[in-house]
Design a protein around this ligand. Structure first.
Ligand SMILES: Cc1ncc(C[n+]2csc(CCOP(=O)(O)OP(=O)(O)O)c2C)c(N)n1
Ligand SMILES: [Mg+2]
Length: 381
């Protein structure tokens, strides 16, 4: 028997409309209304200004660990802008700009990063899931939401965010497989920012692209310049329209870069070069979009000051909030908490009651009867 090639053969398309040199492919330029272009710019700039402020707030000890999005504004805003409010948005942990676009108040995000339970709660009518810290676990959730939309016969589309590192998790493959089998209305937005903490993409996969992984599941996969908001907006618009028309899921691989730290607990100088970062700074998504809008006479004077004032007002409201209930960290995980957590909760309650203002003096200490969890460091008194 001869060896034959099976059809179809796979090809991966890469979409770029406005490149880092400011060159515009006029044939591909989307016909977006001036108001939409201004809204995209406002959201990207707000994302950048807030991001820089959040890092400073963390350095000042006013919020906890934060994952900055600097450099990924076009990937987030270009994609989320393709959704209707009745669609669902499922974030990972770096989607601050996309969440604000979806209506999350800035002070609620500040509360989240300061450890307040209510900071993680979407408004009751909001079709968003909360921040997901465990890598890739949100992907099967998103497919479940899309399956529910399909089952109920409503026309909602689900957009789920994740990183390049998440594509090495089983959850990514399971989610894509089921999405393909069920042909559910979900758009997978992979922000390929080249790094998963200190693991570079080349150690993550031997594939030429991440987009091609979709083809194995019979799902269209497209690579897009993730620093080009016009390209992301076009690709996301097409994927959302296909999903809404019952034509199933799409994987978008947005090629971008995390210009800042992985989180405020990270030091990227330990694993990547200044030259690499400088090269990506020249591809900054804000620089090229600002130049494009300037050329079209759509730049609003004084916008940075307006956004900074909006952020300052949100910080003021956030800081006027009474302290969070530290005991709430024990709630909402177990219906019946295990004994060691019950003991820890009681101990913290005792310490807080004894000295409400001060943190526990010996925070590593555990009661002698506590059972160590796997990987847990216990310090016996
Ligand atoms: C299941 C799981 N494993 C490990 C971690 C620790 N962790 C947090 S972020 C991260 C890297 C994620 O990389 P990527 O998916 O590329 O997203 P990025 O941080 O670049 O946005 C890891 C390993 C985690 N949160 N969850
Ligand atoms: Mg990454």
């Amino acid at each position: 028997m001869p060896r034959t090639l099976l059809e179809p053969r796979f090809q991966v398309e890469h979409l770029s409309i406005l490149d880092s040199e400011g060159t515009l492919d006029t044939a591909l330029e989307p016909k977006l209304a001036p108001d939409e272009l201004r809204a995209l710019w406002r959201a990207m700039l707000l994302g950048r200004r807030l991001d820089e402020r959040m890092v400073r707030l963390q350095r000042q000890g006013r919020i906890g660990t934060f994952a900055p999005l600097k450099g990924q504004e076009a990937s987030q805003i270009g994609s989320v802008a393709a959704l209707r409010t009745t669609d669902w948005m499922v974030p990972s942990f770096r989607e601050t700009a996309a969440m604000i676009w979806r209506g999350w108040p800035i002070e609620r995000l500040l509360l989240f990063f300061a450890g307040y339970l209510e900071g993680g709660q979407p408004a009751p009518a909001q079709h968003d899931l909360p921040v997901t810290i465990p890598v890739a676990t949100q992907l099967p959730h998103a497919v479940g939401l899309a399956y529910a939309a399909q089952y109920r016969g409503d026309d909602a589309v689900v957009m789920v965010y994740f990183g390049d590192g998440a594509t090495s998790e089983g959850d990514f493959h399971e989610a894509l497989n089921f999405a393909g089998v069920w042909q559910v209305p979900v758009v997978f937005v992979c922000q390929n920012n080249q790094w998963a903490i200190s693991v570079p993409l080349k150690k993550q996969t031997h594939s030429r692209t991440l987009a091609q992984k979709a083809h194995a599941y019979g799902v269209p996969g497209l690579q897009v310049d993730g620093n080009d908001v016009l390209a992301v907006r076009v690709a996301a618009g097409e994927a959302v329209a296909r999903a809404r028309a019952g034509q199933g899921p799409t994987l978008l691989e947005c090629i971008t870069y995390r210009l800042g730290v992985h989180t405020t607990a990270d030091d990227p100088t330990k694993y990547r070069s200044e030259e690499e970062v400088a090269a990506w700074e020249r591809k900054d998504p804000l620089t090229r979009f600002r130049a494009y809008l300037e050329g079209r006479g759509l730049l609003e004077a004084g916008l940075e000051e307006t956004l900074d004032a909006e952020i300052a007002e949100a910080v003021r409201r956030f800081e006027a909030t009474p302290p969070a209930d530290a005991l709430a960290m024990f709630d909402h995980v177990y219906a019946e908490p295990p004994a060691h957590l019950v003991a820890q909760r009681e101990e913290l309650a005792r310490r807080l009651a004894a000295n409400p203002a001060a943190p526990p003096a010996d925070s590593d200490a555990v009661p002698p009867d506590a059972t160590p969890m796997r990987g847990q460091r216990l310090t016996r008194r």
